[in-house]
Design a protein around this ligand. Structure first.
Ligand SMILES: NC(=O)c1ccc[n+]([C@@H]2O[C@H](COP(=O)([O-])OP(=O)(O)OC[C@H]3O[C@@H](n4cnc5c(N)ncnc54)[C@H](OP(=O)(O)O)[C@@H]3O)[C@@H](O)[C@H]2O)c1
Length: 167
């Protein structure tokens, strides 16, 4: 059975994006994302897919899945699904971990309707004025541990802590 995980970076107001883009450049968080999802399955909403520059998609060395209601959308190199659960079912016997990689609508759908095994949440020490947010979820069933901390430096204008949530 495939493991279901969600990976997100958010600011102090739970902001995750603005104008269909990220609001920060944090190389060590990007490195963490790449390392975690390398060789795995990544599932994204159509708007998140659109936000990735064409030259970077599909994300390399990962199986890319795009969720859309639009029956005519093409996403070269990606698998397109019209329902998140159909997508999860398609990989239910896969050895790889399936990562929900956003954006806001898909995170919300995943947090409300999937039996997620792990969450990786980067908490950035700043508020950016986002227009898209990580939906609040009940943290009660989760254990939480911090796995990486970054202090501001010449490559990182903002510090952050990466938390792993598990059951
Ligand atoms: N900080 C982070 O870690 C992070 C990660 C990823 C993205 N982001 C940011 O998040 C923002 C994008 O998020 P978003 O909430 O606007 O969009 P999104 O979740 O990426 O995509 C929304 C789209 O997904 C499809 N969709 C949603 N629910 C569906 C359902 N039940 N069935 C089938 N398809 C469904 C629809 O596509 P159609 O309209 O084509 O039908 C919908 O318009 C951007 O600013 C991006 O930079 C941040």
């Amino acid at each position: 059975m495939t493991k279901l995980a969600l990976i997100v970076a958010m600011d102090e107001a739970r902001g995750i994006g603005k104008n269909n883009d990220l609001m920060w450049n944090l190389p060590n968080d990007m490195k963490f994302f790449k390392e975690m999802t390398n060789g795995q399955i990544v599932v994204m909403g159509r708007k998140n897919y659109d936000s990735i520059p064409e030259r970077f998609r599909p994300l390399p060395n990962r199986e890319n899945c795009v969720i859309t209601r639009n029956p005519t959308i093409e996403a070269p190199g990606c698998k397109v699904f019209h329902d998140l659960h159909e997508c999860i079912d398609a990989y239910s016997n896969d050895e790889r971990t399936l990562f929900i990689i956003g954006g806001g609508e898909i995170y919300r759908l995943a947090l409300e309707t999937l039996a997620l095994d792990e969450l990786y949440i980067t908490a950035i020490d700043h508020t950016f004025g986002a227009d898209t947010f990580l939906h609040e979820f009940d943290e009660t069933p989760w254990k939480k541990t911090s796995i990486q901390t970054q202090i501001p430096d010449e490559r990182h204008a903002f510090g952050f802590t990466i938390y792993k949530y598990f059951k």
